[in-house]
Ligand binder design. Sequence first.
Ligand SMILES: [Zn+2]
Length: 323
Amino acid sequence: MIADQALLEHLESGHPARAKIEADLAKYQAGFRGEQNLAYFLDTFQKDDWHLFYALKLKDCQIDTLLLTPTFISLLESKNYAGAVRFETDGQFLRRVTDRYEGYPNPLLQVGRHRALLRKWLANYGVPQLSIEADVSIAFPTTIIENPGHLRHVQEHVFHAEHAPLKIEKLMGKYKHTGNLAKFFPQVEQLLLQEHIDEPPNVLTLFNVHQSELQRGVCCDKCRAFDMQRIYANWLCPRCGNKSKNAHIPMILDYFLLLGSSMTNKQCREFLRVNDRKLIRNLLIKMEFWPKGNGTGPGLYYERPSHEWAETIYKKYRQIKRR
Ligand SMILES: [Zn+2]
């Protein structure tokens, strides 16, 4: 999603790919809000020895939220459906959109499948059967959950995001003495961390945009001109007079999101349209990027930061919005 945003930032306002990218971004943002909602409630509830993973990719499935605790694992599938959702006794899942119902994949089956896959995946590493719960969290408190057959597994495993802390508390009670994760916790945490390498999709290929179409330079967040100049310790926009200390930060992040998983000093200079090798080096080190590779000059490169870090920085320096 932030790669979509990065691409939009660097395309001219009249670029033909914009509409498609904006539509894609809007779709992601709806999902993002859903997860954010759940994240908000789970964050109020964090414990030192818990580990929350978001958007965890395991082989061919993506797990929205995985909570690893010393006694159990909770998988939460986050759905941001508005209106009403309906779980039929025959396993069908429907959404009410305005006044009619439409069939959709059943999220309970989906999260159940994820649990089975996770079990299998852990078994491959010699981890025995663990206590894993699979639930569906509905983002908006206004969404009506219909369960006409009073199915017990729906009553127990589908709830609004705001009830997530209560649900987790119940699970803590349930597994207090029976949970069997403690011994394997470090191993499982390590395995999940290893797996959690988020390759951003190659958005340029996806939207058929050529590298040469990207606007380069340091962008002014007031007037959107890619013309900011380094004057002493600031970036100054010659067009509107806007001054910034950190205008280079989102640009450097955009490089990693759009152009590759590693970046040399030269590539960074070309992307930011800055001539000063030393300045780039210092700016990168200030952002805690340390050069890797051999030698002192052209053999050195910087590696793409983790997805989590990129998102945090994005939230801080660039408002995530649809432009
Ligand atoms: Zn400006």
